[in-house]
Design a binder for this molecule. Structure first.
Ligand SMILES: Nc1nc2c(ncn2[C@@H]2O[C@H](COP(=O)(O)OP(=O)(O)OP(=O)(O)O)[C@@H](O)[C@H]2O)c(=O)[nH]1
Ligand SMILES: [Mg+2]
Length: 446
Protein backbone atom coordinates (compact mmCIF):
# COMPACT_ATOMS: atom_id res chain seq x y z
CA UNK A 1 0.00 0.00 0.00
CA UNK A 2 1.45 3.33 -1.00
CA UNK A 3 0.76 6.33 1.13
CA UNK A 4 1.62 8.94 -1.46
CA UNK A 5 -1.11 8.14 -3.97
CA UNK A 6 -4.59 9.60 -3.96
CA UNK A 7 -7.36 7.27 -2.87
CA UNK A 8 -11.08 7.32 -3.56
CA UNK A 9 -14.12 5.53 -2.11
CA UNK A 10 -17.84 5.87 -1.51
CA UNK A 11 -18.10 6.80 2.17
CA UNK A 12 -21.83 6.29 2.60
CA UNK A 13 -23.46 2.84 2.91
CA UNK A 14 -24.38 0.79 -0.15
CA UNK A 15 -27.93 1.19 -1.41
CA UNK A 16 -30.14 4.00 -2.57
CA UNK A 17 -30.33 7.17 -0.49
CA UNK A 18 -30.94 10.89 -0.74
CA UNK A 19 -27.26 11.72 -0.88
CA UNK A 20 -24.10 9.71 -1.26
CA UNK A 21 -20.59 10.92 -0.55
CA UNK A 22 -17.48 10.09 -2.57
CA UNK A 23 -14.27 10.92 -0.78
CA UNK A 24 -10.86 11.61 -2.31
CA UNK A 25 -7.73 11.89 -0.20
CA UNK A 26 -4.15 12.61 -1.25
CA UNK A 27 -2.08 15.27 -2.90
CA UNK A 28 -3.93 14.98 -6.23
CA UNK A 29 -7.44 15.21 -4.80
CA UNK A 30 -8.21 18.65 -6.21
CA UNK A 31 -6.65 17.92 -9.59
CA UNK A 32 -8.65 14.69 -9.94
CA UNK A 33 -11.87 16.32 -8.74
CA UNK A 34 -11.37 19.09 -11.30
CA UNK A 35 -11.06 16.50 -14.07
CA UNK A 36 -14.36 14.79 -13.30
CA UNK A 37 -16.39 17.80 -12.18
CA UNK A 38 -17.35 20.97 -14.02
CA UNK A 39 -17.28 24.13 -11.93
CA UNK A 40 -18.22 27.68 -12.79
CA UNK A 41 -15.52 29.26 -14.97
CA UNK A 42 -14.27 31.52 -12.19
CA UNK A 43 -13.93 28.63 -9.74
CA UNK A 44 -10.96 28.49 -7.39
CA UNK A 45 -10.41 25.87 -4.68
CA UNK A 46 -11.19 27.49 -1.37
CA UNK A 47 -10.55 25.22 1.63
CA UNK A 48 -13.48 24.26 3.92
CA UNK A 49 -15.95 25.71 1.49
CA UNK A 50 -18.74 23.83 -0.26
CA UNK A 51 -19.08 24.55 -4.00
CA UNK A 52 -21.79 23.56 -6.45
CA UNK A 53 -20.52 21.55 -9.45
CA UNK A 54 -21.58 19.08 -12.12
CA UNK A 55 -20.41 15.51 -12.42
CA UNK A 56 -19.74 15.01 -16.13
CA UNK A 57 -19.05 12.04 -18.38
CA UNK A 58 -16.18 11.96 -20.92
CA UNK A 59 -18.50 13.63 -23.49
CA UNK A 60 -19.22 16.48 -21.09
CA UNK A 61 -22.78 15.31 -20.44
CA UNK A 62 -24.02 16.18 -16.99
CA UNK A 63 -24.66 13.05 -14.91
CA UNK A 64 -25.42 14.65 -11.54
CA UNK A 65 -25.40 17.96 -9.76
CA UNK A 66 -23.06 17.71 -6.79
CA UNK A 67 -21.47 19.70 -3.97
CA UNK A 68 -17.70 19.51 -3.61
CA UNK A 69 -15.98 20.40 -0.35
CA UNK A 70 -12.22 20.83 -0.14
CA UNK A 71 -10.37 20.21 3.12
CA UNK A 72 -6.77 21.42 2.90
CA UNK A 73 -3.92 19.46 4.48
CA UNK A 74 -3.26 19.08 7.35
CA UNK A 75 -6.69 20.16 8.60
CA UNK A 76 -8.64 17.26 7.19
CA UNK A 77 -9.70 13.83 8.41
CA UNK A 78 -6.65 12.17 6.89
CA UNK A 79 -4.33 15.18 7.39
CA UNK A 80 -3.95 15.19 3.57
CA UNK A 81 -5.71 17.25 0.95
CA UNK A 82 -9.21 15.82 0.88
CA UNK A 83 -12.22 16.46 -1.35
CA UNK A 84 -15.72 15.24 -0.54
CA UNK A 85 -18.17 15.05 -3.40
CA UNK A 86 -21.80 14.92 -2.30
CA UNK A 87 -23.74 13.28 -5.11
CA UNK A 88 -27.34 12.17 -5.18
CA UNK A 89 -27.41 8.70 -3.71
CA UNK A 90 -28.09 6.51 -6.75
CA UNK A 91 -25.65 3.59 -6.61
CA UNK A 92 -24.89 3.87 -10.35
CA UNK A 93 -23.99 7.55 -10.02
CA UNK A 94 -21.71 6.91 -7.08
CA UNK A 95 -20.00 4.03 -8.83
CA UNK A 96 -19.58 6.16 -11.94
CA UNK A 97 -18.05 8.97 -9.91
CA UNK A 98 -15.53 6.57 -8.35
CA UNK A 99 -14.71 5.01 -11.74
CA UNK A 100 -14.11 8.44 -13.23
CA UNK A 101 -11.83 9.35 -10.34
CA UNK A 102 -9.87 6.15 -10.87
CA UNK A 103 -9.57 6.89 -14.58
CA UNK A 104 -8.23 10.32 -13.62
CA UNK A 105 -5.49 8.79 -11.46
CA UNK A 106 -6.98 7.88 -8.10
CA UNK A 107 -6.75 4.42 -6.56
CA UNK A 108 -9.66 2.61 -4.92
CA UNK A 109 -9.22 2.87 -1.13
CA UNK A 110 -8.77 -0.26 0.96
CA UNK A 111 -11.25 -0.78 3.83
CA UNK A 112 -10.38 1.63 6.64
CA UNK A 113 -7.68 3.34 4.62
CA UNK A 114 -8.86 6.89 5.28
CA UNK A 115 -8.51 6.28 9.00
CA UNK A 116 -5.23 4.42 8.45
CA UNK A 117 -3.90 7.52 6.73
CA UNK A 118 -5.01 9.72 9.61
CA UNK A 119 -3.00 7.38 11.83
CA UNK A 120 0.06 7.15 9.56
CA UNK A 121 0.09 10.91 9.19
CA UNK A 122 0.17 11.21 12.98
CA UNK A 123 -3.17 12.96 13.31
CA UNK A 124 -4.61 10.25 15.58
CA UNK A 125 -3.07 7.46 17.64
CA UNK A 126 -4.04 3.81 17.59
CA UNK A 127 -6.73 3.92 20.30
CA UNK A 128 -8.33 6.83 18.45
CA UNK A 129 -8.32 4.91 15.18
CA UNK A 130 -9.86 1.90 16.90
CA UNK A 131 -12.49 4.15 18.43
CA UNK A 132 -13.53 5.42 14.98
CA UNK A 133 -14.54 1.88 14.11
CA UNK A 134 -16.44 1.56 17.43
CA UNK A 135 -18.19 4.83 16.73
CA UNK A 136 -19.34 3.58 13.35
CA UNK A 137 -20.43 0.25 14.91
CA UNK A 138 -22.31 1.85 17.82
CA UNK A 139 -25.88 0.63 18.26
CA UNK A 140 -26.78 2.87 21.20
CA UNK A 141 -26.13 6.57 21.74
CA UNK A 142 -24.19 5.77 24.89
CA UNK A 143 -21.82 3.52 22.93
CA UNK A 144 -21.40 6.32 20.41
CA UNK A 145 -20.63 8.83 23.16
CA UNK A 146 -17.99 6.60 24.74
CA UNK A 147 -16.41 5.93 21.35
CA UNK A 148 -16.46 9.65 20.53
CA UNK A 149 -14.56 10.36 23.73
CA UNK A 150 -12.02 7.75 22.75
CA UNK A 151 -11.72 9.31 19.31
CA UNK A 152 -10.83 12.46 21.25
CA UNK A 153 -8.04 10.49 22.93
CA UNK A 154 -9.44 9.51 26.34
CA UNK A 155 -7.53 6.20 26.52
CA UNK A 156 -4.16 7.70 25.72
CA UNK A 157 -4.82 10.58 28.09
CA UNK A 158 -5.33 8.16 30.91
CA UNK A 159 -2.30 6.04 29.98
CA UNK A 160 0.13 8.88 29.38
CA UNK A 161 0.92 9.77 33.02
CA UNK A 162 1.38 6.09 33.87
CA UNK A 163 3.76 5.57 31.01
CA UNK A 164 5.57 8.75 32.00
CA UNK A 165 6.26 7.35 35.47
CA UNK A 166 7.55 4.13 33.98
CA UNK A 167 9.87 6.05 31.64
CA UNK A 168 11.17 8.05 34.55
CA UNK A 169 12.03 4.91 36.46
CA UNK A 170 13.77 3.50 33.39
CA UNK A 171 15.71 6.72 32.97
CA UNK A 172 16.68 6.66 36.64
CA UNK A 173 18.08 3.14 36.41
CA UNK A 174 19.78 3.74 33.05
CA UNK A 175 21.45 6.82 34.46
CA UNK A 176 22.62 4.87 37.52
CA UNK A 177 24.26 2.33 35.26
CA UNK A 178 25.71 4.61 32.61
CA UNK A 179 26.90 7.40 34.83
CA UNK A 180 27.73 5.57 38.05
CA UNK A 181 31.09 7.25 38.39
CA UNK A 182 29.51 10.70 38.10
CA UNK A 183 27.64 11.86 41.16
CA UNK A 184 24.42 10.02 40.30
CA UNK A 185 23.48 7.83 43.24
CA UNK A 186 22.22 4.36 42.46
CA UNK A 187 18.53 3.95 43.34
CA UNK A 188 17.81 1.75 46.34
CA UNK A 189 15.41 -1.20 46.21
CA UNK A 190 12.96 0.74 48.39
CA UNK A 191 13.13 3.69 46.08
CA UNK A 192 12.45 1.46 43.09
CA UNK A 193 9.55 -0.32 44.76
CA UNK A 194 8.15 2.99 45.88
CA UNK A 195 8.01 4.00 42.22
CA UNK A 196 6.86 0.64 40.87
CA UNK A 197 3.86 0.23 43.14
CA UNK A 198 1.91 3.32 42.08
CA UNK A 199 2.50 2.43 38.43
CA UNK A 200 1.16 -1.08 38.94
CA UNK A 201 -1.70 0.29 41.05
CA UNK A 202 -2.80 2.76 38.40
CA UNK A 203 -2.66 0.11 35.68
CA UNK A 204 -4.63 -2.29 37.82
CA UNK A 205 -7.28 0.37 38.33
CA UNK A 206 -7.47 0.98 34.59
CA UNK A 207 -7.64 -2.75 33.91
CA UNK A 208 -10.52 -3.15 36.34
CA UNK A 209 -12.59 -0.76 34.21
CA UNK A 210 -12.64 -3.39 31.46
CA UNK A 211 -15.48 -5.38 33.09
CA UNK A 212 -17.70 -2.40 32.46
CA UNK A 213 -15.95 -1.31 29.27
CA UNK A 214 -16.46 -4.74 27.74
CA UNK A 215 -20.20 -4.42 28.36
CA UNK A 216 -20.24 -0.99 26.75
CA UNK A 217 -18.35 -2.24 23.74
CA UNK A 218 -19.88 -5.64 23.07
CA UNK A 219 -23.10 -5.58 25.05
CA UNK A 220 -24.26 -8.41 27.27
CA UNK A 221 -25.86 -11.76 26.51
CA UNK A 222 -28.26 -12.75 29.24
CA UNK A 223 -29.83 -16.23 29.42
CA UNK A 224 -33.04 -16.70 31.38
CA UNK A 225 -33.21 -20.24 32.75
CA UNK A 226 -35.32 -22.16 35.24
CA UNK A 227 -37.77 -25.01 35.68
CA UNK A 228 -40.89 -25.06 33.47
CA UNK A 229 -43.65 -22.62 34.33
CA UNK A 230 -41.65 -20.45 36.74
CA UNK A 231 -42.34 -17.48 34.45
CA UNK A 232 -39.19 -17.16 32.32
CA UNK A 233 -41.05 -16.10 29.18
CA UNK A 234 -43.21 -13.70 31.17
CA UNK A 235 -40.08 -12.13 32.61
CA UNK A 236 -38.44 -12.04 29.19
CA UNK A 237 -41.44 -10.16 27.78
CA UNK A 238 -41.51 -7.82 30.75
CA UNK A 239 -37.81 -6.96 30.40
CA UNK A 240 -38.25 -6.34 26.67
CA UNK A 241 -41.47 -4.45 27.25
CA UNK A 242 -43.06 -6.34 24.40
CA UNK A 243 -45.14 -9.45 23.98
CA UNK A 244 -42.46 -11.47 22.26
CA UNK A 245 -42.48 -15.03 23.67
CA UNK A 246 -45.51 -17.28 24.12
CA UNK A 247 -46.74 -17.51 27.71
CA UNK A 248 -49.20 -20.20 28.93
CA UNK A 249 -49.84 -22.01 32.18
CA UNK A 250 -48.80 -25.29 30.50
CA UNK A 251 -45.33 -26.36 31.66
CA UNK A 252 -43.04 -26.84 28.68
CA UNK A 253 -44.45 -23.99 26.57
CA UNK A 254 -41.10 -22.67 25.37
CA UNK A 255 -39.23 -25.29 23.41
CA UNK A 256 -36.57 -23.39 21.56
CA UNK A 257 -34.40 -20.37 22.28
CA UNK A 258 -36.05 -17.00 21.69
CA UNK A 259 -33.78 -13.98 21.69
CA UNK A 260 -34.16 -10.26 21.31
CA UNK A 261 -31.97 -7.21 21.91
CA UNK A 262 -32.95 -4.23 24.07
CA UNK A 263 -30.77 -1.58 25.70
CA UNK A 264 -30.44 -0.95 29.42
CA UNK A 265 -28.71 2.35 30.22
CA UNK A 266 -27.31 2.49 26.71
CA UNK A 267 -25.84 -1.01 26.84
CA UNK A 268 -27.27 -3.48 24.32
CA UNK A 269 -28.51 -6.60 26.06
CA UNK A 270 -29.35 -9.77 24.16
CA UNK A 271 -32.04 -11.47 26.23
CA UNK A 272 -32.37 -15.21 25.60
CA UNK A 273 -35.50 -17.04 26.75
CA UNK A 274 -35.02 -20.79 27.10
CA UNK A 275 -36.99 -24.00 27.48
CA UNK A 276 -37.82 -24.91 31.09
CA UNK A 277 -35.48 -27.53 32.45
CA UNK A 278 -36.96 -30.82 33.68
CA UNK A 279 -35.92 -34.45 33.26
CA UNK A 280 -37.40 -37.16 31.04
CA UNK A 281 -39.57 -35.43 28.43
CA UNK A 282 -40.23 -36.07 24.75
CA UNK A 283 -37.53 -35.70 22.14
CA UNK A 284 -38.39 -32.12 21.11
CA UNK A 285 -38.38 -30.88 24.67
CA UNK A 286 -35.14 -32.73 25.47
CA UNK A 287 -33.45 -31.07 22.51
CA UNK A 288 -34.81 -27.72 23.69
CA UNK A 289 -33.39 -28.33 27.16
CA UNK A 290 -29.97 -29.07 25.69
CA UNK A 291 -30.16 -25.67 24.04
CA UNK A 292 -31.05 -24.09 27.38
CA UNK A 293 -27.82 -25.45 28.85
CA UNK A 294 -25.89 -24.27 25.82
CA UNK A 295 -27.40 -20.77 26.08
CA UNK A 296 -26.38 -20.70 29.72
CA UNK A 297 -22.82 -21.65 28.84
CA UNK A 298 -22.67 -18.98 26.12
CA UNK A 299 -24.16 -16.18 28.21
CA UNK A 300 -22.29 -13.40 30.00
CA UNK A 301 -24.94 -13.40 32.71
CA UNK A 302 -27.45 -16.09 33.67
CA UNK A 303 -30.76 -15.20 35.23
CA UNK A 304 -31.95 -18.22 37.23
CA UNK A 305 -35.69 -17.92 37.81
CA UNK A 306 -37.38 -19.70 40.71
CA UNK A 307 -41.10 -19.65 41.52
CA UNK A 308 -41.72 -18.16 44.96
CA UNK A 309 -45.26 -19.54 45.06
CA UNK A 310 -43.94 -23.12 45.12
CA UNK A 311 -41.53 -25.13 47.22
CA UNK A 312 -37.93 -25.04 46.08
CA UNK A 313 -37.04 -28.22 44.19
CA UNK A 314 -33.77 -30.05 43.65
CA UNK A 315 -33.84 -28.92 40.00
CA UNK A 316 -33.84 -25.28 41.14
CA UNK A 317 -30.80 -25.82 43.32
CA UNK A 318 -29.01 -27.78 40.60
CA UNK A 319 -29.51 -24.88 38.20
CA UNK A 320 -28.29 -22.30 40.69
CA UNK A 321 -25.19 -24.40 41.32
CA UNK A 322 -24.52 -24.77 37.64
CA UNK A 323 -24.95 -21.03 37.05
CA UNK A 324 -22.59 -20.26 39.92
CA UNK A 325 -19.90 -22.47 38.44
CA UNK A 326 -20.26 -20.80 35.05
CA UNK A 327 -19.81 -17.18 36.11
CA UNK A 328 -21.97 -14.10 36.62
CA UNK A 329 -25.50 -15.02 37.65
CA UNK A 330 -28.53 -13.47 39.28
CA UNK A 331 -31.18 -15.51 41.11
CA UNK A 332 -34.67 -14.04 40.84
CA UNK A 333 -37.70 -15.21 42.77
CA UNK A 334 -40.64 -14.69 40.44
CA UNK A 335 -44.37 -14.47 41.25
CA UNK A 336 -43.75 -12.30 44.30
CA UNK A 337 -47.37 -11.16 43.94
CA UNK A 338 -48.58 -14.59 45.08
CA UNK A 339 -48.40 -15.90 48.69
CA UNK A 340 -44.85 -17.09 49.29
CA UNK A 341 -44.32 -20.80 49.74
CA UNK A 342 -40.66 -21.13 48.75
CA UNK A 343 -38.35 -21.42 51.70
CA UNK A 344 -35.47 -18.95 51.48
CA UNK A 345 -32.71 -20.14 49.20
CA UNK A 346 -29.64 -17.96 49.20
CA UNK A 347 -29.72 -14.39 48.08
CA UNK A 348 -32.37 -13.72 45.47
CA UNK A 349 -34.23 -10.77 44.05
CA UNK A 350 -38.03 -10.90 44.42
CA UNK A 351 -39.82 -9.90 41.21
CA UNK A 352 -43.20 -10.25 39.61
CA UNK A 353 -43.40 -10.52 35.85
CA UNK A 354 -47.14 -9.88 36.16
CA UNK A 355 -47.17 -6.72 38.30
CA UNK A 356 -43.72 -5.43 37.36
CA UNK A 357 -42.52 -5.38 40.96
CA UNK A 358 -38.75 -5.69 41.30
CA UNK A 359 -38.09 -5.15 37.58
CA UNK A 360 -36.19 -1.86 38.02
CA UNK A 361 -33.87 -3.33 40.67
CA UNK A 362 -33.35 -6.28 38.35
CA UNK A 363 -32.38 -4.01 35.45
CA UNK A 364 -30.00 -2.27 37.79
CA UNK A 365 -28.45 -5.60 38.74
CA UNK A 366 -27.96 -6.55 35.11
CA UNK A 367 -26.23 -3.25 34.33
CA UNK A 368 -24.91 -1.73 37.55
CA UNK A 369 -25.58 2.00 37.26
CA UNK A 370 -22.74 4.36 38.09
CA UNK A 371 -20.23 1.54 37.77
CA UNK A 372 -18.19 4.33 36.31
CA UNK A 373 -19.19 7.85 37.06
CA UNK A 374 -17.26 9.33 34.20
CA UNK A 375 -18.16 8.24 30.74
CA UNK A 376 -14.60 8.16 29.60
CA UNK A 377 -11.28 6.82 30.70
CA UNK A 378 -12.26 3.19 30.76
CA UNK A 379 -10.98 0.62 28.36
CA UNK A 380 -13.36 -1.13 26.03
CA UNK A 381 -10.97 -3.01 23.77
CA UNK A 382 -9.86 -6.56 24.46
CA UNK A 383 -6.59 -5.77 22.69
CA UNK A 384 -5.88 -3.04 25.21
CA UNK A 385 -6.88 -5.30 28.07
CA UNK A 386 -4.43 -7.98 27.00
CA UNK A 387 -1.62 -5.49 26.53
CA UNK A 388 -2.22 -3.98 29.97
CA UNK A 389 -2.06 -7.48 31.47
CA UNK A 390 1.28 -8.06 29.78
CA UNK A 391 2.58 -4.82 31.26
CA UNK A 392 1.37 -5.79 34.72
CA UNK A 393 3.01 -9.22 34.44
CA UNK A 394 6.31 -7.63 33.50
CA UNK A 395 5.97 -5.16 36.38
CA UNK A 396 5.43 -8.09 38.75
CA UNK A 397 8.67 -9.59 37.50
CA UNK A 398 10.52 -6.34 37.99
CA UNK A 399 9.11 -6.02 41.50
CA UNK A 400 10.40 -9.50 42.31
CA UNK A 401 13.77 -8.58 40.78
CA UNK A 402 13.97 -5.41 42.87
CA UNK A 403 13.03 -7.29 46.03
CA UNK A 404 15.65 -9.94 45.32
CA UNK A 405 18.25 -7.22 44.82
CA UNK A 406 19.08 -8.33 41.27
CA UNK A 407 21.36 -6.06 39.22
CA UNK A 408 19.61 -3.12 37.64
CA UNK A 409 20.48 -4.37 34.17
CA UNK A 410 18.17 -7.32 34.85
CA UNK A 411 15.48 -5.12 36.28
CA UNK A 412 15.61 -2.90 33.22
CA UNK A 413 14.89 -5.86 30.97
CA UNK A 414 11.59 -6.35 32.80
CA UNK A 415 10.82 -2.64 32.74
CA UNK A 416 11.35 -2.49 28.99
CA UNK A 417 9.12 -5.57 28.69
CA UNK A 418 6.51 -3.61 30.65
CA UNK A 419 6.91 -0.59 28.39
CA UNK A 420 6.50 -2.47 25.10
CA UNK A 421 2.79 -3.34 25.48
CA UNK A 422 2.06 0.27 26.47
CA UNK A 423 3.88 1.36 23.35
CA UNK A 424 1.63 -0.93 21.35
CA UNK A 425 -1.32 1.11 22.61
CA UNK A 426 -0.06 4.68 22.63
CA UNK A 427 2.77 4.57 20.09
CA UNK A 428 6.43 3.69 20.30
CA UNK A 429 8.89 5.13 22.75
CA UNK A 430 12.18 5.97 21.07
CA UNK A 431 15.67 5.80 22.55
CA UNK A 432 15.61 9.59 22.34
CA UNK A 433 12.60 9.75 24.64
CA UNK A 434 14.58 7.96 27.31
CA UNK A 435 17.83 9.81 26.67
CA UNK A 436 16.08 13.16 26.85
CA UNK A 437 14.60 12.19 30.15
CA UNK A 438 17.96 11.09 31.51
CA UNK A 439 19.55 14.36 30.53
CA UNK A 440 16.71 16.57 31.63
CA UNK A 441 16.03 14.91 34.99
CA UNK A 442 19.63 14.68 36.10
CA UNK A 443 22.17 17.35 35.56
CA UNK A 444 24.78 15.16 34.05
CA UNK A 445 26.15 17.89 31.82
CA UNK A 446 27.73 19.61 34.83
N1 LIG B 1 -49.08 -14.56 39.50
C1 LIG B 1 -48.06 -14.60 38.66
N2 LIG B 1 -48.08 -15.44 37.60
C2 LIG B 1 -47.04 -15.46 36.76
C3 LIG B 1 -45.91 -14.61 36.92
N3 LIG B 1 -45.04 -14.86 35.93
C4 LIG B 1 -45.59 -15.80 35.15
N4 LIG B 1 -46.79 -16.18 35.64
C5 LIG B 1 -47.68 -17.20 35.09
O1 LIG B 1 -47.00 -18.44 35.12
C6 LIG B 1 -47.35 -19.24 33.97
C7 LIG B 1 -46.09 -19.66 33.21
O2 LIG B 1 -45.48 -18.53 32.66
P1 LIG B 1 -44.40 -18.63 31.50
O3 LIG B 1 -43.82 -17.29 31.37
O4 LIG B 1 -44.96 -19.27 30.30
O5 LIG B 1 -43.38 -19.63 32.20
P2 LIG B 1 -42.04 -20.26 31.57
O6 LIG B 1 -41.05 -20.34 32.67
O7 LIG B 1 -41.64 -19.54 30.35
O8 LIG B 1 -42.53 -21.72 31.23
P3 LIG B 1 -41.94 -22.74 30.14
O9 LIG B 1 -41.77 -22.03 28.85
O10 LIG B 1 -42.98 -23.78 30.06
O11 LIG B 1 -40.66 -23.26 30.68
C8 LIG B 1 -48.27 -18.36 33.15
O12 LIG B 1 -49.61 -18.74 33.44
C9 LIG B 1 -47.99 -16.97 33.64
O13 LIG B 1 -49.08 -16.10 33.50
C10 LIG B 1 -45.92 -13.72 38.05
O14 LIG B 1 -44.99 -12.95 38.31
N5 LIG B 1 -47.00 -13.76 38.88
MG1 LIG C 1 -41.43 -20.09 28.44
Amino acid sequence: MQVRDTIVAVSTPPGRSGLGVVRLSGADSCRIAAMILRFRPDHEWKPWTATLAELIDPNSNVVDQVVATYYAAPRSYTAEDLVEISCHGAPVVLRFCVERACAAGARLAEPGEFTLRAFLNGRIDLPQAEAVRDLIDATTLYQARVAAQQVEGSVSRRLRPIKEQLLELIALLEAGIDFAEDDISVASADDILGRLNPIAGALQALLSTFDYGKMVHSGVTLAIVGRPNVGKSSLFNRLLEQDRAIVTDIPGTTRDLVSEVAAIDGIPIRFVDTAGIRPGQDLVETLGIERSYQAMADADVTLVVIDLSQRIQPDDMALIDRAKRQGRHIVVGNKSDLPRVAEIVEEFLPVSAVTGEGISPLREKIVPAGAHEQDSGFITSIRHEQLLRETLDALDHSRAAAEAGLPHEMLLLDLYAALRPLDAITGATTADDILNRIFSTFCIGK
